[in-house]
Design a protein around this ligand. Structure first.
Ligand SMILES: *[C@@H]1O[C@H](CO)[C@@H](O)[C@H](O)[C@H]1NC(C)=O
Ligand SMILES: *[C@@H]1O[C@H](CO)[C@@H](O)[C@H](O)[C@H]1NC(C)=O
Ligand SMILES: *[C@@H]1O[C@H](CO)[C@@H](O)[C@H](O)[C@H]1NC(C)=O
Ligand SMILES: *[C@@H]1O[C@H](CO)[C@@H](O)[C@H](O)[C@H]1NC(C)=O
Ligand SMILES: *[C@@H]1O[C@H](CO)[C@@H](O)[C@H](O)[C@H]1NC(C)=O
Ligand SMILES: *[C@@H]1O[C@H](CO)[C@@H](O)[C@H](O)[C@H]1NC(C)=O
Ligand SMILES: *[C@@H]1O[C@H](CO)[C@@H](O)[C@H](O)[C@H]1NC(C)=O
Length: 605
């Protein structure tokens, strides 16, 4: 008995070892499962580290911005151009670029000049696609800057095409460092809060006697600043379809009527930890849907630093795993809490065209700031808001590259997410990880293609947009879109044989018979937000009402397969509060698969 037991125990140990090795093998195999998303390196060296990033309409290139007063970056201007100033703290003659235009498909960059310090500043695209940028550090705190749509190219420009500083009269009324900009229905932006700044202002500015022409004090911003924190910089601001603002700071939030300067409602404190800088939580407004006439608005707030984290940097406390979801227009609504599969500070939340949310970047311990975080969170997590609670999170394939403090995440025009930046050092520090450089300054740029439904059986592949009949539309108008999609019925989804090359005169095989149409189509418009410090300013996604959609599509042979060619007529929402005037990415989403690329649509009054 003894002997037998010992033997079987040894066998069991061996068996367990084999199983463990197998399990490790399987898990590493799983780690590259395309069903859990795919990573791609855009460039090892973008020249600068992106603190801020925005995807430019219509070319889809990305504007990256770091800041001046930071010494040498890793890219200089062509033609020996330099920025000569009396005020730069490190280089009076600065020949290094601190902003670039990046082509996310080729990795090519064009340096652009920015004259004043944009550290911890904010921005937003205006109605005509101009990128408007405000505030910053040092000489930049009251500055405004613009980048013209003409500059959204990586092709060298004879007249350079740089950031243009606002002249006299276009400086801000207050210093703005760590403020949040949000596009409003009239294509102005509201600039809320910032460091020791308990006011808001509008830009471009209203003229007197408008009460909105001056600085407007908001007690809420004062009330939410912790002495040890402050945990209310970069407030989360969302424009609601009711033309009110939802403003979240620290653990509190309000429904704010900006037109009358009245706080209409104070919401319950979110349970758990503070969420705003330097806590490093993030927030999105969940998709606005035509089905309910844009009447349901839910805010999601996730992650951030543990209570007491900021007061004790050495402790490197675990970041928060908690998310709160709030139905802001429902009476008596309060936070519904959920738990992420892993803790996250300094993460970013990206609204995807398929109406899900990607939670990406960040760290598991510490908080925002130079050398204040550790243990990068390399796995993105998908949040599917329409699934039942408890079933909404999926851990996805990890990257190799930490993106902690001062990193960015933006939806690109192919449905992937671009990740850039990460610099936890005061200046550029390229050295490998040492005791003084916890994370080297990250110059690389990657993309992550989320696992859209294309990997699920019978969903069909990603549709392809052929054309739209207008690229500028007005409210309440109709837009006609032509696209094709693969048949999604099991049998007919299998690739058809390509036409035989020997009989080029004969036509391709007959199209599959029409199938009943259980497919789900969504037509979505995503804004192009300003990504900085874990919050994407002005981010929103809206679904459009399909007035009519071809149900008996014409068959066409494309890429060796039969496809359905369809026309859809889409209703542009009636109100600029749903879609403030600017450019949007329009997607066709079939059974959760967004089109291979979007088209840019300008919405205007
Ligand atoms: C800086 O740029 C040079 C080329 O201009 C490159 O060789 C070097 O690797 C870059 N440094 C980093 C850290 O990427
Ligand atoms: C900056 O100064 C250098 C000489 O130090 C000069 O060659 C260059 O043209 C100046 N740049 C600008 C933009 O004025
Ligand atoms: C800008 O304003 C300052 C102070 O208000 C004034 O001294 C300066 O002359 C103005 N510059 C221009 C170009 O108007
Ligand atoms: C913040 O609020 C306190 C108390 O209400 C007030 O005394 C203080 O002046 C306010 N701070 C600022 C900068 O307005
Ligand atoms: C922090 O997280 C680690 C796992 O990453 C866990 O082992 C540890 O118990 C956590 N500490 C606290 C105080 O929750
Ligand atoms: C909302 O809460 C108030 C106070 O607790 C209560 O009197 C009221 O009945 C509630 N309304 C609804 C619709 O639940
Ligand atoms: C696009 O098509 C829709 C529906 O067919 C039509 O109402 C609209 O006027 C068209 N727009 C343009 C610019 O032709």
């Amino acid at each position: 008995m003894e002997h037998g037991n010992a033997l079987s125990r040894r066998k069991w140990e061996q068996w367990r070892l084999v199983m463990t090795v197998l399990a490790i093998g399987l898990s590493s195999l799983q780690a590259v499962d395309a069903g859990l998303g795919q990573w791609r390196l855009v460039t090892q060296n973008a020249g600068i580290s992106a603190m801020h990033a925005a995807v430019a309409p219509v070319s889809g290139v990305v504007v990256l911005l770091h800041h001046t007063n930071s010494g040498p970056s890793n890219i200089t201007f062509p033609d020996g151009r330099c920025r000569n100033t009396t005020y730069d703290r490190l280089l009076k003659k600065d020949c290094f670029a601190h902003s670039v235009i990046l082509d996310p498909w080729t990795g090519v960059v064009r340096p652009v000049m920015v004259m004043t310090d944009t550290q911890c500043s904010s921005g937003q695209f205006l109605g005509d696609g101009t990128l408007s940028q405000t505030g910053g550090d040092a000489e930049g705190t009251k500055r405004t800057r613009k980048l013209s749509p003409k500059c959204y190219t990586t092709v060298a420009q004879k007249r350079y095409c740089d950031w243009v500083e606002g002249g006299n009269g276009t400086v801000l009324l207050s210093q703005r460092w760590y403020s949040t900009n949000t596009l409003l229905p009239d294509a102005r932006q509201i600039i809320v809060g910032g460091r020791n700044t308990f006011t808001l202002e509008y830009f471009p500015r209203y003229s007197p006697p408008s009460p909105k022409a001056g600085l407007i004090y908001l007690q809420f911003l004062n009330d939410t600043a912790d002495a040890k924190g402050p945990n209310n910089y970069y407030p989360f601001v969302h424009l609601l379809p009711t033309n009110q603002l939802y403003i979240f700071a620290n653990r509190d939030s309000i429904l704010y009527d900006y037109k009358q300067n009245v706080v209409l409602r104070k919401f319950d404190k979110i349970p758990g930890n503070p969420r705003n800088y330097p806590s490093g939580g993030s927030s999105v407004m969940l998709p606005l849907l035509y089905n309910d006439n844009f009447k349901k608005v839910e805010i999601l707030v996730c992650g951030g630093a543990a209570v007491g984290s900021v007061a004790n940097v050495k402790a490197q406390m675990n970041c928060s795993t908690s998310c709160g979801r709030l139905d802001v227009l429902r009476k008596n609504s309060t936070w519904a809490m959920e738990t992420m599969p892993m803790p996250r500070c300094m993460g970013d939340m990206v609204l995807l065209p398929d109406l899900n949310v990607m939670i990406i970047n960040g760290a598991k311990r510490g908080f925002q700031g130079w050398k204040c975080g550790s243990e990068p969170t390399l796995n993105p997590v998908l949040y599917e808001p329409r699934k039942i609670a408890g079933n909404r999170f999926t851990v996805l394939n990890p990257t190799q590259t930490p993106r902690v403090y001062h990193s960015t995440a933006n939806l690109l025009t192919d449905g992937s997410i671009m990740l850039a930046g990460s610099n936890t050092n005061r200046y550029y520090a390229f050295k490998p990880k040492t005791s003084t450089v916890d994370f080297p300054t990250e110059l690389s740029v990657e993309t992550f293609m989320p696992p859209y439904a294309e990997n699920q059986p019978n969903s069909g592949g990603r549709p392809v947009i052929i054309s739209v009949n207008a690229t500028t539309v007005r409210y309440r108008s109709t837009l006609e879109l032509l696209f094709w999609d693969y048949p999604s019925n099991g049998a007919s989804a299998a690739p058809s044989p390509p036409p035989s090359p020997s009989s080029s005169s004969s036509s391709p095989p007959p199209p599959p018979p029409p199938v009943s149409n259980p497919d789900r189509f969504d037509f979505t418009m995503n804004s192009s937000p300003w990504s900085t410090h874990s919050f994407s300013h002005g981010q929103r996604v809206v679904t459009l009402y399909p007035i009519s959609l071809t149900t008996q599509p014409e068959s066409r042979f494309e890429n060796g397969r039969w496809v359905n060619v369809r026309t859809v007529q889409l209703r542009v929402p009636s109100y600029s509060t749903v879609l403030p005037q600017t450019y949007y990415m329009l997607w066709v989403v079939k059974n959760g698969n967004p089109s291979t690329s979007c088209v840019w649509i300008r919405v205007r009054g």
